[in-house]
Design a protein around this ligand. Structure first.
Ligand SMILES: *[C@@H]1O[C@H](CO)[C@@H](O)[C@H](O)[C@H]1NC(C)=O
Ligand SMILES: *[C@@H]1O[C@H](CO)[C@@H](O)[C@H](O)[C@H]1NC(C)=O
Ligand SMILES: *[C@@H]1O[C@H](CO)[C@@H](O)[C@H](O)[C@H]1NC(C)=O
Length: 285
């Protein structure tokens, strides 16, 4: 009798054991995997059994290296994990890491990434320098184009997604990264950049008005300044209307989720448990 009960209980419980897909974390600029350790802990605590991989590529100063260089290497890191988990994985990128992570997805046509969470990332570009004052104390957004829109400036990740609304000709001329992954400039990659993003089960874009670093904060949702420095929401921009990278298709299939939270500053998204619980955990399964 005891044995029978044991069998029955173990069958029942096995059925109720939820198994979560592995999660890969990608850190932001001028930091490394340790900055993501609270997020890793919160995922493991709330979703027991989840395997969390905290990517430590390009930590610290190396996070300033050219975006493509980082994308190619991080892609290898992610593909390695993917191949060990054919059931699929989830990817979370914070700040610059969310932009690099998206480029990783787009450059991997056969990826098995199911959910991608972009946690306050400059997906449509950045036009604010407060976060750079550690490296460039006097840098002003208005003149930063002189530094970033040059051959030298394009050796830095920030230069690669610097998007000056008043210097669009220079942005298109010099930027080797953002206008390409956003398919604002057509290239031989454009078709699969779109196809690969559209393969996601969910694209979750998280950001908010009190972020303080991502400028404009709407860039976290693919919104951006126009030349008069007024913010145009994503749905009114060409990237959406002309469906350049699949955002519209994802939205029509209810796979695009835009989350806005106020009272969350840039350094809170990945460390405050109540925020993590609200904007990240519901999308991991
Ligand atoms: C690939 O994954 C294996 C096992 O998880 C690990 O030992 C190896 O170092 C990884 N290789 C790279 C290039 O990340
Ligand atoms: C095309 O994508 C690859 C990564 O898959 C990248 O290395 C290359 O720079 C891209 N080329 C353009 C023009 O975007
Ligand atoms: C900029 O965007 C605002 C808000 O969408 C709009 O009212 C304005 O006409 C736009 N200006 C230009 C120059 O496109």
């Amino acid at each position: 009798m005891r044995i029978l009960w044991t069998i029955i209980i173990s069958i029942c419980c096995a059925e109720f054991t939820i198994s979560y897909k592995p999660v890969v974390l990608l850190h932001g600029i001028l930091s490394g995997s340790d900055s993501m350790s609270i997020l890793k802990y919160e995922i493991e605590k709330n979703h027991p059994g989840t395997k969390v991989y905290n990517c430590d590529e390009f930590g610290g100063w190396f996070s300033l290296e050219n975006a493509w260089k980082q994308v190619v290497q991080i892609k290898e890191y992610v593909q390695n994990i993917s191949s060990n988990h054919p059931e699929g994985i989830h990817l979370i990128g914070y700040s610059q890491g969310g932009l690099l992570a998206r480029a990783v997805i787009q450059s991997t046509p056969d990826h098995n990434i199911k959910k991608f969470i972009s946690l306050s990332s400059p997906q449509a570009g950045q036009y604010g320098t407060s976060f750079l004052h550690l490296i460039f104390p006097d840098l002003a957004a208005k003149t930063a184009f002189e530094l970033f829109y040059s051959k030298v400036g394009q050796h830095t990740s920030v230069g690669n997604y610097w998007n000056d609304p008043k210097k669009q000709e220079l942005y298109y001329k010099y930027s080797v990264f953002l206008p390409y992954i956003n398919n604002e400039i057509e290239s031989s990659n454009s078709t699969f950049f779109k196809e690969a993003l559209t393969k996601l089960e969910k694209l979750v874009l998280v950001g908010g008005p009190d972020d303080g670093v991502i400028t404009p904060w709407e860039s976290s949702h693919f919104g951006y300044f126009n030349e008069s420095l007024e913010v145009v929401p994503v749905m009114k921009r060409d990237i959406y209307i002309e469906d350049k990278i699949g955002l519209k298709e994802l939205n029509e299939q209810k796979k695009l989720i835009r989350i806005t939270r106020d009272k969350v500053t840039h350094l809170m998204w990945h460390v405050v448990p109540s925020v993590i619980k609200e904007v990240i955990l519901p999308y991991l399964d």
